[in-house]
Design a binder for this molecule. Structure first.
Ligand SMILES: Cc1cc2nc3c(=O)[nH]c(=O)nc-3n(C[C@H](O)[C@H](O)[C@H](O)COP(=O)(O)OP(=O)(O)OC[C@H]3O[C@@H](n4cnc5c(N)ncnc54)[C@H](O)[C@@H]3O)c2cc1C
Length: 488
C-alpha cells in the first residue's frame, strides 16, 4: 500500500472532500483520513452563496450541484413579534457579477455524498475511513500522521509533504499549531430541527418560501425553507429552560404547532448546538495547515460557515501545488492566512451582529450602523495583504461573463491567466506559458478591461485579480513581480 503522499487531508467533511478533489485534479497524490465511516448525520449547512458555486465550477461540479440545490430568490426576512419586517438580506434570481445566482439551498449530507463520490473517481486519491488521527510528527521535510481504527484494531502510518487539518470544530490538528483564538463573543444555545414536510397539505403550502428570522428578546427563532420537502426550525434555548423537558417530542410539537402540525411532517434530525463566533489566531505551522471549521467557526445566522471553508480551499489548492512542486516557498503560507483571516472575520462579525439583533431587536433602532443594515447583503471584502501586485484592482474578484450559453471561467480554468487587450502585448512580454496562461480578451472581458482602463491583467486560479497594468510600459513590472513570487 502507498504510504507517501504529497498531501494528507484529515477530515472528509465538505471542506476536506472538496480540497481532495482540487488537489487530485492538480496532479498531487492525496490521502484523506476520517474517523467516521459515514457522512455526519446531524443537521448543519443548508445555504451557500454565488462565490461558492463559482468555486464548485472550478472543478466542474456546479452542474451536478445545481441539480441538488434550489436558488434562493427571496432572501432572509427579519421580523418582530408582530411580523413587521425589521431588515432583509437581499435575495434575487438574477445572475450576478460572479456568474451565478446569489443564494442556493441544499441538504448537506446530499452535497457531501456528491463531493465524496467525485473525490473517489480521482486517480491520485485514496480515502481511509474509520481511522482517527491521533499523532502528528513533523521534521523539516516530512509530516508523519498516525491514525487508529477501533473496529479493525489497526494502526495506519502515512507520510506527506503537507498536511491539511479539515477536521472541524473540535480539530486535533489545530492543537499542533496553537490554541489561541479570537472570539467575537457570541455564545448561544439553539435547538436545530430538520423536518420532512408533506407539501400536499395547505398549511404547509402556505408557509413562506423564504427564511424568516423571528427577532425576539425572549426566544428568537429561525424558520428556513430548504426545499418543498424539507424545512428547518432553529429555536434558542434559554438558561431558564428545563432542556430535557424542552426536547421531549410533546414539547417540540407544542412549540411548532403555530406553524405546523405533527400529521403534516416528521422530525428528521434534531440537535442542540452552541453557536460560537471564533477564529484560530494561527492557521499553519511549518507543513501543517488548517482549513474550514478547524480554523474558524461562524454562527449560522447568515449560512456562511461552510462557505468560508470552501473559500479557504480555492485559495489554498493552487498554493499547495506550488509548494509540493517546489515552485512556491511555503513561507507564502503567511499569505494564505493574511488573505483569508480578515475575509472570514468580516462574515463572522456580521453574523454575530445579526445574532445579537435577533435577541435584541431594539439594537436596530439604536445605532446608525444597524440602521444601515435594514436592507443588507453579504460582505464582499477585498483581499489586501497577500499574493498580489498592489494596484487598484488587485485582491478583487474578477467578474464572470456569460456569452451565449458559455461561462467565461470555463475557458480560464483553475490557472493563472495573463489576459491582454492586444495580441502584440503577448509577443512583447517574456512569460512561461506553463504557469501563466496567455489569453487575448474578447467580448465582455474586453469591454471590462476597456472600462477599467487597463491593457493587461493577471488573474489567479481562485479568480482573485493578482494585478493589472494600465499601460504597455507597466506590464513588465506586473509580470516580473509575478515571477518574483512564483519563480519558474
Ligand atoms: C445548525 C448549523 C447550521 C449551519 N448552516 C450553515 C449554512 O447554511 N451554510 C454554511 O455555509 N454553513 C453552515 N453551517 C456550518 C457548516 O455546517 C460547517 O461550517 C461545515 O460543515 C464545516 O465543514 P468542515 O469540512 O470544515 O468540517 P466538518 O464538516 O465538521 O468535517 C470534519 C471531519 O473531520 C473528521 N475528524 C475530526 N477529527 C478527526 C480525527 N482526529 N481523525 C480523523 N477524522 C477526524 C470528522 O469526522 C468530520 O468528518 C451550519 C452549522 C450548523 C451547526
Amino acid at each position: 500500500m502507498k504510504k507517501n503522499f504529497d498531501c494528507i487531508v484529515i477530515g472528509y467533511g465538505p471542506v476536506g472532500a472538496l480540497l481532495s478533489i482540487f488537489l487530485s485534479k492538480l496532479g498531487l497524490s492525496v490521502a484523506v483520513i476520517d474517523k467516521n465511516l459515514d457522512i455526519y448525520p446531524l443537521p448543519r449547512a443548508i445555504h451557500f452563496d454565488e462565490e461558492v458555486m463559482r468555486i464548485f465550477q472550478m472543478v466542474n461540479l456546479s452542474e451536478q450541484i445545481s441539480k441538488i440545490s434550489r436558488i434562493g430568490t427571496k432572501g432572509m426576512h427579519f421580523v418582530d413579534n408582530e411580523d413587521n419586517i425589521l431588515m432583509v438580506r437581499k435575495g434575487s434570481d438574477a445572475i450576478g457579477e460572479l456568474g451565478w445566482q446569489k443564494s442556493w439551498y441544499f441538504h448537506q449530507p446530499q452535497l457531501e455524498k456528491l463531493l465524496r463520490d467525485n473525490a473517489e473517481k480521482e486517480k491520485n486519491f485514496i480515502s481511509f475511513l474509520g481511522y482517527e488521527t491521533q499523532k502528528i510528527n513533523h521534521d523539516r521535510d516530512l509530516v508523519t500522521v498516525t491514525s487508529y481504527s477501533k473496529s479493525l484494531k489497526k494502526e495506519l502510518v502515512l507520510n506527506c509533504k503537507y498536511l491539511v487539518g479539515c477536521d472541524g470544530a473540535n480539530s486535533n490538528t489545530s492543537d499542533y499549531i496553537g490554541k489561541e483564538i479570537k472570539d467575537y463573543g457570541l455564545k448561544e444555545k439553539f435547538l436545530v430541527l430538520d423536518l420532512k414536510v408533506d407539501n400536499r397539505y395547505n398549511n404547509i403550502k402556505n408557509l413562506p418560501d423564504f427564511t424568516v428570522q423571528h427577532c425576539d428578546k425572549v426566544r428568537p427563532v429561525t424558520r428556513c425553507y430548504i426545499s418543498k420537502k424539507r424545512r428547518r426550525w432553529e429555536v434558542k434555548i434559554l438558561p431558564s429552560d428545563n432542556q430535557e423537558k424542552f426536547l421531549e417530542s410533546k414539547s417540540i410539537w407544542k412549540f411548532l404547532s403555530k406553524w405546523i402540525e405533527k400529521k403534516n411532517a416528521m422530525i428528521e434530525r434534531s440537535q442542540v448546538y452552541t453557536f460560537r463566533s471564533i477564529l484560530k489566531k494561527k492557521w499553519f505551522q511549518d507543513r501543517i495547515i488548517l482549513a474550514g471549521d478547524s480554523a474558524h467557526l461562524s454562527p449560522p445566522f447568515l449560512g456562511q460557515g461552510m462557505c468560508a471553508g470552501i473559500r479557504d480551499v480555492a485559495v489554498l489548492a493552487w498554493r499547495l501545488k506550488g509548494y509540493a512542486n517546489d515552485k512556491l516557498s511555503n513561507k507564502d503560507l503567511v499569505n494564505y492566512q493574511n488573505e483569508r483571516f480578515p475575509h472570514v472575520s468580516a462574515f463572522i462579525k456580521l453574523a454575530s451582529e445579526v445574532g445579537k439583533i435577533m435577541s435584541n431587536p431594539d439594537l436596530l433602532k439604536k445605532s446608525e450602523k444597524t440602521q444601515s443594515m435594514r436592507l443588507f447583503d453579504f460582505p464582499k471584502p477585498r483581499l489586501k495583504k497577500g499574493f498580489f501586485y498592489t494596484c487598484s484592482l488587485s485582491g478583487r474578484l474578477f467578474p464572470q461573463f456569460i456569452e451565449g450559453n458559455k461561462k467565461s471561467d470555463d475557458s480560464l480554468g483553475y490557472e493563472f491567466v495573463f489576459l491582454v487587450l492586444k495580441e502584440d502585448t503577448i509577443n512583447n512580454v517574456v512569460i512561461d506559458n506553463k504557469i501563466l496562461l496567455r489569453k487575448i480578451a474578447k467580448g465582455f472581458s474586453r469591454d471590462w478591461m476597456v472600462k477599467n482602463k487597463i491593457v493587461a491583467v493577471v488573474i489567479r486560479p481562485d479568480k482573485y485579480i493578482f494585478g493589472s497594468a494600465a499601460t504597455e510600459k507597466s506590464i513588465k513590472a506586473l509580470v516580473s513581480h509575478f515571477y518574483d513570487l512564483y519563480p519558474i
